[in-house]
Ligand binder design. Structure first.
Ligand code: ZN
Length: 277
């Protein structure tokens, strides 16, 4: 029987707009429109970074609030996830918008090397972000950039610092972190099932690996992530015209794997979110 899949769209990454991808949505209005197109194409979860007027990564709660409000209005029930990611943002600012109570927020449970810097997530920062999420009723999406982060997330959930059931995003394909290898993903998923049997998971591949990893998760029973944050191309060469086109790559083949895109209500149930549509 066909099984639902939650498709996350990471609409905006940290790359410069004009150079790499003129279609990258950076203003709140562009982000709302791009999310709406992705929603119509079958995505039920949006992962959000905001940019300031100079298009630099920002932690301004005002910007998050505007995007959140527009998405709530135009994409009824879509799961809204704020990034607490580090690029271009000071540690103490990374959870500054949690009082807006998005449905979810990303939480990396360890540090890792990126190509030219360290993505620093020291233990006290992880715990303070987790505590802020708990206080505001925000479900963490655990971002696993390296295997140790999986075990740390399980430890934190056993200690009651991250609520159960866990939702984990396996991040692959960043040079210096975990490579995109199916055997590695299978191992990680197997470990997650053993250590946290009620957990849900998704996986992503950066750049040219994105669609390949999408197909693995369709087949393996996980959820999927796509969007300009991870990849801007439809295939080897063609630039994707928008985020929706990347979502459509997944929905177009979902039936081949006996999967169908979960709507917002179903996605909330699958991820055990308590917030209503
Ligand atoms: Zn992100």
């Amino acid at each position: 029987m066909s099984k639902p899949i939650v498709i996350t769209t990471a609409i905006t990454g940290s790359q410069p707009r004009k150079k790499d991808n003129p279609a990258l949505p950076v203003t709140p209005q562009e982000q709302i429109e791009s999310t709406h197109e992705a929603f119509e194409a079958g995505s039920s979860l949006v992962h959000i970074h905001v940019r300031d007027e100079d298009e630099n990564s920002s932690s301004d709660p005002e910007l998050f609030a505007r995007v959140q409000e527009g998405i709530k209005q135009h994409c009824p029930g879509m799961i809204i996830q704020f990034s607490t990611g580090g690029r271009g943002r000071e540690a103490e600012q990374r959870g500054a918008m949690m009082h807006l109570k998005p449905d979810m927020a990303s939480l990396a449970t360890g540090s890792v090397n990126f190509p030219s810097n360290i993505y620093e997530n020291p233990p006290d920062l992880i715990e303070s972000l987790a505590a802020s999420m708990k206080e505001n009723g925000v479900k963490p999406e655990v971002e696993v950039f390296d295997a140790a982060m999986l075990y740390n997330a399980v430890r934190l959930s056993e200690a009651g610092k991250i609520p159960k059931p866990l939702h984990v995003q396996f991040v692959t394909g960043i040079p210096g972190a975990m490579p995109t290898r199916r055997k590695l993903l299978e191992f990680l998923v197997d470990e997650l099932h053993e250590l946290a049997p009620d957990a849900t998971w998704s996986a992503m591949g950066i750049g040219r690996h994105q669609f390949e990893v999408n197909k693995w998760t369709l087949q393996m029973g996980g959820h999927a992530r796509t969007g300009f944050e991870d990849n801007v191309k439809l295939g080897r060469d063609a630039l994707a015209p928008n985020n929706a086109a990347l979502v459509s790559l997944i929905t177009d083949v979902a039936a081949d794997y006996d999967r169908y895109p979960a709507g917002p209500e179903e996605a909330r149930a699958l991820l055990a979110l308590t917030s209503a549509v």
